[in-house]
Design a protein around this ligand. Structure first.
Ligand SMILES: Cc1cc2nc3c(=O)[nH]c(=O)nc-3n(C[C@H](O)[C@H](O)[C@H](O)COP(=O)(O)OP(=O)(O)OC[C@H]3O[C@@H](n4cnc5c(N)ncnc54)[C@H](O)[C@@H]3O)c2cc1C
Length: 422
């Protein structure tokens, strides 16, 4: 018996991909910075099959990389070393609604979940531009943020229960305890943000929120980031996204969208609010929900410039202006295109120019962020890209504890080697 034969017995011949052409889409990440050759791609249909796949891989000593939508931007969802099996969650598609919550299989996309929630008059609180591909499992595993964090919090705030399979195939679930856990530590909570290194999330119970009535969306040009912050009201904010005039020009050039403002501003704020916000009389502004497309197409537009070093960081709000002033020197002689979630200090710094494997600029930017008291892995996770830099933001004791937790859950280091745990 070989591992491949056992996997075929578990999931069926069509769901074990060993042909290089069929494996290829699972072997490179979204940024094209990380890729590797998989021993096989296996696509289980339910939790029992996931457990059997993990047991077989453990028996044969084959490391496993779990992959959802493969939209993660830190290299965590693709194979990196020889002999790795990619476990795709694409077929874990169950979706059942309960009392202001839904139980969703790991492979359900955020877009499908949102459509489902809308159909029953509710909404899902996490939204991001990758919604049509990013999955429930992937967003739980990365504790994804996105454009509604200011209103509803990150994925962790939506999770009401989880079903997880460990490396040895054992199953943990609190999906049948919708009332919440008893006293004691939130053990299943450990898996939120664990980037596939602790276990495979097979399903989640997620809260749904009341569907908000239509709000107002404004795009407004600002001289600097502090001026943009001053326009964000204290209440009723649904989204406050930061862009730059250069970034908007790039999006318009590459997509054919019309330039929305009279001039190219250093900072452009997209604000969605419950009520029409107060703006200065002479503001260069447009009130139109269609401006969301300018924000959502940034990643696609930046990708046309070549290999992009995506540095997803967050800063204390009062340090944003300092960081933005320092950035050109940190990335010189290269170029950075920025956008982010202003209300929570989240910035996606996209550096274009350095070779894929050259991490000099990444390190300079992340060290500066850490020195300013920020987060170097704000919402995409540490992945492969940043696990080696975790010491910039976590103490030696925390990293040691992380290693011990990993060892307790996955003693052979079978799951996502090199991801999250330095
Ligand atoms: C255009 C674009 C916009 C984006 N915008 C945002 C944004 O605003 N906010 C944000 O937070 N992110 C954003 N992202 C990043 C990405 O979409 C998120 O990180 C998302 O959570 C990844 O989900 P996925 O299903 O694609 O996971 P994958 O990329 O497949 O995996 C990501 C990580 O999670 C692990 N994983 C996946 N599924 C499971 C599972 N079932 N169990 C255990 N581990 C698992 C993987 O092993 C990997 O380490 C964006 C990406 C793109 C391309």
């Amino acid at each position: 018996m070989t591992l491949e034969r056992e996997l075929v017995d578990i999931v069926g011949r069509d769901q074990v991909l060993t042909d290089p052409g069929l494996r290829a889409p699972y072997e490179s990440d979204w940024t094209r910075r990380w890729s590797g050759s998989a021993r096989a791609v296996v696509r289980p249909a339910d939790t029992g099959q996931v457990a059997a796949v993990l047991r077989s891989c453990a028996t044969y000593g084959a490391p496993v990389v779990t992959q959802g939508g493969n939209t993660g931007l830190v290299g965590g969802s693709v194979p990196r070393c020889t002999g790795q099996v990619v476990l795709s969650t694409a077929r874990l598609q169950r979706l059942q609604s309960g009392d202001h919550a839904v139980v969703a299989g790991a492979g359900v996309t955020i877009g499908r979940l949102q459509v489902h929630a809308r159909a029953i008059g509710l909404a899902y609180g996490v939204d991001l531009a990758s919604r049509d591909t990013a999955t429930v499992g992937g967003t739980v595993a990365t504790d994804a943020g996105g454009i509604r964090v200011v209103r509803y919090g990150r994925t962790r705030a939506q999770v009401r229960g989880l079903e997880v399979v460990l490396a040895d195939g054992s199953l943990l679930s609190d999906l049948e305890r919708p009332g919440g856990a008893d006293a004691g530590p939130d053990l299943l909570g450990l898996f939120v943000g664990s980037e596939g290194a602790f276990g495979v999330v097979t399903a989640a119970r997620l809260r749904l929120v009341p569907r908000p009535p239509p709000g107002t969306t404004v795009l407004v040009g600002c001289p600097d980031v502090d001026a943009a912050r001053a326009l964000v009201p204290a209440d009723g904010v649904r989204a406050a996204e930061l862009m730059t005039g250069d970034g908007i020009d790039l999006v318009c050039r590459t997509t054919g969208l019309r330039r929305p403002l009279r001039r190219t501003w250093p900072v452009v704020l997209l604000l969605e609010t419950d009520q029409v916000p107060d703006l200065p009389d002479d503001a260069d502004a447009v009130v139109d929900a269609r401006v969301w497309e300018l924000r959502e197409r940034h990643t696609e537009a930046i990708a046309t410039l070549g290999v992009v070093h995506k540095l997803d960081v967050a800063l204390p709000l009062h340090q944003l202006a300092t960081f933005l002033a320092d950035l050109p020197a940190l990335v010189a002689p290269h170029r950075a295109v920025l956008f982010g979630h202003l209300a929570v200090g989240g910035l996606h710094v996209n550096v274009v120019g350095p070779a894929a494997g050259d991490e000099t600029v990444d390190r300079a930017v992340l060290e500066r962020v850490a020195a300013l008291g920020g987060s170097i892995a704000a919402e995409h996770g540490f992945g492969i890209a940043k696990s080696g830099l975790m010491h910039l933001v976590r103490s030696r004791e925390e990293i040691d504890l992380l290693r011990r937790v990993k060892h307790a859950l996955d003693p052979a280091g079978q799951l996502n080697p090199g991801v999250l745990v330095p």
